[in-house]
Design a protein around this ligand. Structure first.
Ligand code: F6R
Length: 361
């Protein structure tokens, strides 16, 4: 059941500290600064030179997040919409790892992307929540995100656990492909260890209620960020449109001046996600939307001068490693979407026209 919550979505948002503990448990060795993904035998990634991540919807945003992390580690990586990948597969060979990211493991687009590269020698890995799901049978290897069952159509805890698992996978890949290249990971491991507590702190102290109250009657919303914040901006907008039925659009803050700015008015709240990459540039973007009188909500740890100065509202996240900051920022945006949809009396757990698992292309 819903365990006292009004909706499964809210229950699952509040389950995130527990889900993340399950995701991370036993998978890091803080003393050796090593990742231990027991499902993957030694040598799984030997010879891998590039990574393709295929997924749809929220899982695609987790894939984009991982693309940013891998690129940062000097690994060629590209996230693809699996529905596009299956129709028009890019060149792959035995040095390519194709990672299928799917909560359900049953998404038809993602299964057909994997089938499209079968026989090419490309290596395949499933990253899923559901034990024994179809994607685990189509891929050579599987890593489980261990988020526990997700009932609400809107994916919440599965995104957090996907990203946490992908952070571990990126570390493992980085180790396998960069060999002994020293890279300081202690901050990252420390941040992962306290991630469940940091999410709990947001759940306990979030200012999302005030933000949802102030803005739930607007008709259009924009979400922007850079790096992993770009993925979080897209995810924030997807969640918002799915359950409020209002227009919401996410984009890279870098794109603002190249089109979206034309739509920014005093009636379009702008959510700016700060995750520690080029925050100065994003502050500049915030100033640009403020000049058009748009209300600004900054999602930030507050350490960056300017991020809070130009905002009408601040959704605070605890100070953490920048690879992890996006998970925390996304939890704040989940709460805003949920609370706004609830104020609008929407069908939160079963939004119109949507199904939990999309098994046709
Ligand atoms: C959004 C949502 C969908 C799914 C997408 C992929 O809240 O739930 O966008 O993320 O249909 O589903 P999976 O991850 O099961 O492959």
């Amino acid at each position: 059941g819903k365990g006292g919550y009004d909706h499964y979505m809210l229950k699952e948002i509040y389950e995130q500290p527990t889900a993340l503990r399950q995701t991370i448990r036993g998978r890091t060795d803080p003393l050796k600064q090593r990742v231990d993904l027991e499902e993957l035998p030694p040598g799984t990634f030997s010879g891998i030179e590039s990574v393709h991540l295929v997924a749809m919807g929220t899982s695609y945003h987790a894939a984009m997040y991982a693309q940013s992390l891998l690129t940062d580690r000097g690994i060629n990586a590209q996230a693809y919409l699996s529905g596009e990948y299956g129709s028009n597969p890019p060149p792959v060979d035995d040095r390519t790892l194709v990672v299928a990211v799917s909560q359900s493991g049953e998404t038809a687009d993602t299964l057909s992307a994997i089938r499209a590269i079968q026989g090419t020698g490309a290596r395949t890995l499933a990253l899923t929540n559901v034990v024994g799901s179809t994607v685990t049978r189509e891929c050579e290897n599987t890593v489980y995100i261990r988020a526990g069952p997700e009932i609400g159509v809107a994916a919440t805890k599965s995104f957090s656990s996907q990203v946490a698992t992908l952070i571990l996978l990126c570390e493992r890949l980085s180790h396998a492909t960069n060999g002994a290249t020293p890279r300081s990971t202690s901050d990252l491991f420390d941040s992962l260890a306290v991630l469940p507590d940091d999410v709990q702190q947001i759940l306990d102290e979030s200012e999302a209620q005030a933000v949802a109250s102030a803005y739930h009657d607007c008709e259009s919303y924009f979400f922007l960020g850079r790096g992993v914040g770009h993925a979080v901006a897209l995810e924030g907008a997807l969640k918002f449109k799915e359950i409020t039925y209002d227009h919401a659009e996410g984009f890279s803050a870098a794109e603002l001046k190249h089109g979206p700015l034309a739509l920014v008015t005093e009636d379009t709240p702008v959510f700016a996600v700060f995750t520690g990459r080029d925050d100065t540039k994003t502050v500049h973007n915030v100033k640009e939307v403020r000049a058009r009188n748009a209300p600004v909500v900054a999602v930030t740890d507050g350490n960056h001068t300017g991020a809070t100065e130009y905002a009408d509202h601040v959704l605070s996240i605890p100070d953490t490693h920048r690879d992890v900051a996006g998970i925390l920022a996304n939890v704040q945006l989940q709460l805003v979407s949920y609370l706004a949809a609830d104020m609008l009396s929407r069908s939160i757990d079963k939004p119109r026209n949507l199904a939990k698992s999309v098994t046709v292309e």
